[in-house]
Ligand binder design. Structure first.
Ligand code: GRF
Length: 208
């Protein structure tokens, strides 16, 4: 265990980066024993890039306009992560569809966080979808990435009650608190190799 090289994480971001910050903070507090090898954003002005750089983490903007299509963009992403010896790719608020090129390079080694209890409310505006539907409980999900949006095997979920008078913002704020616990925990489970699959069911081995 002691001799194992650090588990290397690559992170894809597009915006604010509060989930990236939660990963950074969990590492700092030693609740998460991994190294962030590389952060890549498809948006030049993503706050997440600043957060990474302020913490001495290599962070790059990769402009989709420099590539003819999604596949060539994802091929470049895949090569960058492979060159950085990344064990796991984490989508932390990455607002771009991921193609088979990247999915196949990181099969069962790429996770996403989504602000609903999947399979309910996939896609955009998950909080608004939950409010409009009138559910009493929603939450967040960490799942493996497959070729369908917000669809792959579920690793962890946390429930959040919907309160009278909730708006998208208030609900989103409370779900985000749970996201910030769930994502570092999911990464730690993978780093400890405690995760296996039975079909699309994810089995988590008890911790030692
Ligand atoms: C989070 O709500 C996450 O679940 C969703 O996008 C949002 C990203 O927030 N996929 P942040 O950039 O991590 O602050």
């Amino acid at each position: 265990m002691r001799d194992r090289p650090p588990f290397r994480v690559g992170v894809l971001v597009s915006g604010r980066g509060s989930n990236l910050q939660a990963i950074i903070d969990a590492i700092e507090k030693r609740n998460l024993c991994v190294e962030i090898a590389l952060v890549i954003s498809n948006k030049i002005d993503a706050e997440a890039l600043q957060r990474a750089r302020q913490n001495g983490i290599r962070a790059e903007f990769l402009d989709p306009k420099d590539f003819p299509d999604r596949f060539s963009y994802d091929r470049e992403l895949s090569q960058k992560f492979q060159r950085a010896n990344v064990d796991l790719v984490v989508l932390a608020g990455y607002m771009r569809l991921v193609s088979s090129v990247l999915i196949n390079s990181f099969k069962n080694r790429m996770i996403n966080i989504h602000p609903s209890l999947l399979p309910a409310f996939p896609g955009l505006r998950a909080h608004g979808q939950a409010l409009n539907h009138g559910v009493k409980v929603t939450g967040c999900t960490v799942h493996f990435v497959d070729e369908e949006v917000d669809h792959g095997p579920i690793l962890l979920q946390a429930a959040v009650p919907v309160l009278e008078g909730d708006t998208e913002d208030s609900l989103s704020d409370r779900i985000l608190i749970e996201e910030h616990h769930l994502l570092p925990r999911a990464i730690q489970l993978l780093a400890e190799e405690r995760v296996s699959f039975e079909g699309r069911r994810v089995i988590i081995k008890e911790g030692g």
